[in-house]
Write a protein that binds this ligand. Structure first.
Ligand SMILES: Cc1cc2nc3c(=O)[nH]c(=O)nc-3n(C[C@H](O)[C@H](O)[C@H](O)COP(=O)(O)O)c2cc1C
Length: 194
C-alpha cells in the first residue's frame, strides 16, 4: 500500500532553497508511489501564536487543540499520515517562529499526564526532517535535528533526516547543485519506501 506522507512547510521564504529541495523530494516520493500532501505552516491563521499550556487537550479524550483555529485544524490531521516531515531552514539554531507555532500545538496529539504511560496519536509514525542552513552541521543543523529526533525517540518511532549545510541565501542556490538535487531525490525515495 502506498505511503501517506505530509510535508509541513516552515520556511518563511516561498522561493527559498528549503522549499526548492522539498519540492524535489516530494516529486521523487510521488514517483516512488507515495501520496504526499503539504501543509503550509507559514500561511495558517491562528487565534494565539502557539500553545497556551491550558492543558484542555490533556483533559479531553480527543487529540485536538481547543483553540480550533487553522493551526489546530491542520495539526489534528497529522494522525492520518504514516510519515510527518518538517521542511525548514534553521533560524537562530532552531525553527523559524512560524513553524514553532505549529509544532507547539502538536502537544494536543499526545496525552502526557503520566510520563511512564503516555499515549499518542503519532505512535507508529515516522518523523522526517528536511532542513537547510547557512552554517555547518556541527553545533548548528545537528541541534535542529535533535529537536525533531527527540520526539521520535520518545514515541519510539523511526526518524529520517536530510540536512543541507552551507547554503547561500541566494534563491536557486541548491537547485544549481546537482549533488543537492540528487540528495533531495534520494530523501524522497527513502520517505516513500520507509
Ligand atoms: C533569521 C535568520 C536566522 C538564521 N539563523 C541561522 C542559524 O542559526 N544557523 C544557520 O546555519 N543559518 C541560519 N540562517 C540562514 C538560513 O538558515 C539559510 O539561509 C537557509 O538556507 C534559508 O532557507 P530558505 O532559502 O528556505 O529561506 C538564518 C537566517 C535567518 C533569516
Amino acid at each position: 500500500m502506498s505511503k501517506k506522507i505530509v510535508v509541513v512547510q516552515g520556511s518563511p521564504r516561498k522561493k527559498g532553497n528549503t522549499r526548492d529541495m522539498a519540492t524535489v523530494a516530494v516529486a521523487s516520493a510521488r514517483e516512488s508511489g507515495a501520496k504526499v500532501m503539504e501543509i503550509d505552516a507559514v500561511d495558517l491563521k491562528f487565534k494565539e501564536p502557539g500553545c497556551l499550556g491550558c492543558q484542555k487537550c490533556q483533559e479531553s479524550d480527543k487529540y485536538q487543540c481547543v483553540l480550533n483555529d487553522e493551526v489546530a485544524q491542520q495539526v489534528a490531521t497529522l494522525p492520518e499520515y504514516d510519515t510527518i516531515v518538517l521542511s525548514t531552514p534553521i533560524y537562530w539554531w532552531s525553527y523559524p517562529a512560524q513553524l514553532k507555532i505549529f509544532i507547539d500545538r502538536m502537544y494536543s496529539l499526545s496525552k502526557l499526564a503520566d510520563p511512564e504511560n503516555y499515549s499518542s496519536a503519532l505512535a507508529g509514525k515516522i518523523l522526517g526532517l528536511l532542513a537547510t542552513g547557512g552554517g555547518g552541521l556541527e553545533d548548528n543543523l545537528d541541534l535542529l535535528e535533535r529537536q525533531w529526533k527527540n520526539p521520535a525517540d520518545m514515541l519510539g518511532t523511526r526518524f529520517i533526516s536530510c540536512l543541507f549545510p552551507n547554503v547561500s541565501s541566494e534563491p536557486g542556490f541548491l537547485l544549481k547543485d546537482p549533488s543537492a538535487v540528487e540528495k533531495a531525490k534520494g530523501f524522497g525515495r527513502v520517505l516513500a519506501l520507509s
